[in-house]
Design a protein around this ligand. Structure first.
Ligand code: FAD
Ligand code: DLZ
Ligand code: SF4
Length: 514
């Protein structure tokens, strides 16, 4: 006997045909609901490219489901019947169809899960089932169990456990190559004559062109430009992006993972985060595809391990931390930082060339690679003492791959040390020398990266020392900062004063811009 008809809700980042909410689907009687909502487009003002990406990917996915023989009720953003909320849409379909049973996979963001739980409690007349999202490789329970009783939650140990559990890069129970981590071989500066791989082009089809028009007309004032839009919006395109990466970039991924170059946004990065986060690709299939390249001798271990660690390690780890600590996590501010976000975060109008490069690229592509997010933009936010809430909101608004579960721990834990060191054993603070070593940005900058003080000195230099001096009471006992604080103590008083004076003038000028 078949079970009663069921309504199955699919959210915009749940574009996976075998997601838990669809697993026992009965195509002849069940109905899938997908809704485009202004509330989801504006709870933060997402980059225009992210809106086009999500809405176009949703429409393509609905088409795919229909081709698979499923019934889909799809509410477009501009439909006159669009009631503006998941809940009124579900209620209206349940009432009309006579279904009493609704199923969804848990939303990836805390705010939405809370809303669904609340609605579930308010409507005992319907049987609402919220299922686990098993597209991740570590469940909430498993992460909680791992974290229990640990003082520090270091990603490296978590990652080793998952490597063993999934048998990834393991040989007879030992890590392949005799080491868990090959970072010492990675992170090289990029030779100036190295030519960068090109990226596949995804020409917008009619669905995407319609969405572009919709986004321009409804959300034209949001940050970002649509001119260089080029995101994979279907599984086929995501698979093409994956194979392009494996063929052209993976072998050098490790070597140049941390490098940056003027006017080169992609380097050897995969550009897969948007597709994995939407559900177009499963993280394990990406990991296994990379592992296979190593097994076939087509990519070296340092590259493959470095890449796999980002997905099996960092991605799962930040998600675990997010769910372990929400909702209080969002208000952490260990360093008591309160400076407002400067206006140039929206205009890219700044003389600091590294920031100009990373922010204008963010505006044009809704993309910046990890080191640009961490060591240029993030480093600046940390050193300048920018308010964590404003910084988090900015990161959530401007990247095409941004969802709070992944953005928040990266911003609060990794970039801003706002969790007091739970994630990172020391703040990722660096002077201009780091940026100069890993990029050619300084060659194109009006500031002098070798100078520490004065109007022409690189602001990262004096901000770095001022940051260390400002937070000495919280950071000077950190064993990993011993050398830094010794250097600071060995500076003469005059030098210390000059650094702090340069920082004061710069920070005052930041506060005066709007
Ligand atoms: P690659 O460099 O090719 O890396 C491969 C994959 O590893 C990525 O696609 C991604 O799935 C995963 N990955 C790498 N680093 C991380 C990480 N630190 N956390 C989680 N996954 C990781 N990633 C997001 O997906 N969404 C975000 O909102 C986001 N916000 C970030 C904010 C800050 C401040 C920082 C420092 C990092 C953030 N990241 C975020 C992580 C990382 O920067 C992006 O995943 C990466 O730049 C995406 O580009 P890619 O696909 O070319 O990555
Ligand atoms: C990001 C996003 C956007 C912009 N729009 C929609 C939408 O219209 N409908 C929808 O179901 N989902 C959308 N999403 C994705 C949700 O915001 C996402 O599911 C939650 O943030 C949880 O990660
Ligand atoms: Fe950035 Fe300083 Fe280099 Fe200019 S000199 S690009 S501000 S690190």
């Amino acid at each position: 006997m078949s079970s009663p008809p069921c309504l199955r809700l699919i959210l915009g980042d749940q574009l996976t045909p075998d997601i838990s909410s669809l697993r026992d689907m009965q195509p002849e009687q069940d109905l899938i609901l997908m809704c485009e909502l202004v509330t989801e487009a504006t709870y933060v003002h997402h980059h225009k490219q992210k809106l086009v990406l999500v809405l176009s990917a949703m429409r393509h996915f609905a088409r795919q489901l229909r081709q698979l023989g499923f019934k889909v009720h799809y509410v477009t953003l501009d439909s006159p019947e669009n009631s503006g909320s998941f809940f009124t849409e579900i209620e209206s379909v349940l009432t009309r169809s006579g279904c009493r049973h609704a199923v969804l996979t848990e939303p990836a963001e805390y705010r939405l899960l809370q809303q669904f739980r609340h609605w579930q409690q308010q409507h005992p007349q319907w049987q609402v089932e919220i299922r686990e999202d098993d597209r991740f490789l570590c469940s909430h329970d498993k992460f909680r169990h791992w974290a229990q009783g640990r003082k520090q939650l270091r990603m490296e140990y978590f990652y080793r456990q998952l490597r063993q559990e999934y048998g990834i890069l393991m040989e007879q129970g030992q890590p392949a190559g005799g080491q868990w981590n090959f970072d010492r071989e990675n992170r090289k500066p990029l030779p100036s004559n190295r030519v960068m791989p090109t990226q596949p082009r995804f020409t917008p089809d009619k669905i995407t062109l319609d969405v572009i028009r919709l986004v321009e007309s409804r959300f034209g004032q949001h940050f970002g430009s649509l001119e260089s839009l080029n995101h994979a919006v279907t599984r086929e395109q995501a698979l093409l992006q994956l194979s392009h990466f494996l063929d052209n970039s993976l072998p050098l991924f490790g070597d140049y993972q941390d490098a940056m170059r003027q006017d080169e946004p992609w380097l050897h990065h995969s550009l897969l985060s948007t597709s994995i986060n939407l559900g177009l690709l499963h993280p394990l299939e990406v990991i296994q595809a990379a592992q296979e390249r190593w097994q076939k001798g087509q990519a070296p271990l340092n590259a493959v391990e470095g890449f796999i660690r980002q997905i099996l390690g960092w991605r799962e780890y930040v998600r675990g931390l997010y769910w372990l600590h929400m909702p209080e996590y969002a208000s952490r501010n260990y360093l008591n930082a309160h400076r407002p976000l400067p206006a140039f975060f929206w205009s890219a109008d700044t003389e600091l060339n590294c920031l100009q490069q990373c922010i204008s690229q963010t505006r044009d592509y809704a993309y910046a690679h990890h080191i640009q997010r961490l060591m240029v933009i993030g480093n600046f936010c940390l050193l300048a003492g920018l308010d964590p809430e404003q910084v988090s909101r900015w990161y959530l608004e401007v990247y095409a791959d941004a969802y709070e579960w992944v953005e928040l721990p990266n911003v609060l834990g990794m970039v801003l040390f706002a969790d007091g060191g739970e994630m990172a054993s020391k703040p990722y603070a660096a002077s201009g020398a780091y940026i100069n070593r890993m990029s050619n940005y300084c060659k194109h900058c009006r500031y002098d990266v070798r100078r520490r003080t004065g109007p022409d000195a690189c602001p990262f230099n004096y901000l770095y020392w001022d940051f260390m001096a400002r937070h000495a009471s919280l950071l000077s006992q950190n064993p990993r900062l011993g050398l830094t604080y010794r250097q600071l103590r060995n500076m003469d008083e005059e030098q210390q004063q000059a650094l702090q004076q340069s920082a004061r003038i710069f920070l005052m000028s930041l506060d005066q811009t709007d």
